[in-house]
Write a protein that binds this ligand. Sequence first.
Ligand code: NCD
Length: 294
Amino acid sequence: MHLLSASQISDVRQLDQLFILADKMKTDSFPVAARKLLGIVKDEGSTRTRCSFEAAMKRLGGEVVNLPLDNTSSVSKGESLERTVRVFSGYVDLILMRHSKRGVVQHCSSFSDVPVINGGDGDGEHPTQAILDVYTISREVGKVDGVKILIVGDLKCSRTVHSLLHLLKLYKDVKVYLCSPEEAVLHDEYKKGLDITEGTDFREMLSKDIDILYMTRFQKERREDGCKIPCYVLDKDLLVENCKVLHPLPSNDELPESFDNDPRARYFVQAKNGMYVRMALLGNFFKYGTFFNE
Ligand code: NCD
């Protein structure tokens, strides 16, 4: 079974079990992936997703085979991506795939002989990022039910936001504030089933009573209008006392580096959590053959 969209997760219990396992991975890991291979296919930059999956796999005793879709792969000789994925899937036990175009990972998964994890498809989805985001919220706030979250930036093109909203729907009484310029508003399809208030004035939205501020960068590479869209920059003096700041990273001007050592900056913890959550996903997969073992 592939993991292509966060919408495949339909029960909080699937996440609860995974989060308990991720907690355990911080102190105890088992060589459950010994002699197993994770294949990583990507045509786009990736630091956190690739390196945390690679580290997770190695911490569980497994190995990684990388297939960058650049001039070192047969795609550059004219082979179709479908065939390349089909061949590659014969060498490995599981594939992590990132692609710059929405839908390509989903399409290629049907040519793979082994399960495929979507590591980000264009402006589509990024389910494992959303899982680690919700894990971080649950551990930072103490719960996800009733959480008040302000999500800011390029909501139109941020795949991490699209997947995160799918997961937030599973929890009770979550309040979502969305703040983006007109050019970057979220598509309606992601709003269904959520209590949402939208705005364009970042200062005004920051004055809300929120537990989590989730920031995103403008996705320049996905837009024809380049970087002409106004950027909201975090002003720490406007941030309420105990609000935790998350960001999937990489960040640009929206997140001043001078904020990095503020106790409310939790994005480095979030990035590290990504490795433990991915260890939990891989642990379940190699032990039980499924990512979620409720
Ligand atoms: C994000 C991604 O690639 O979607 N980063 C990540 O995986 N941690 C966010 C981004 O590129 O802006």
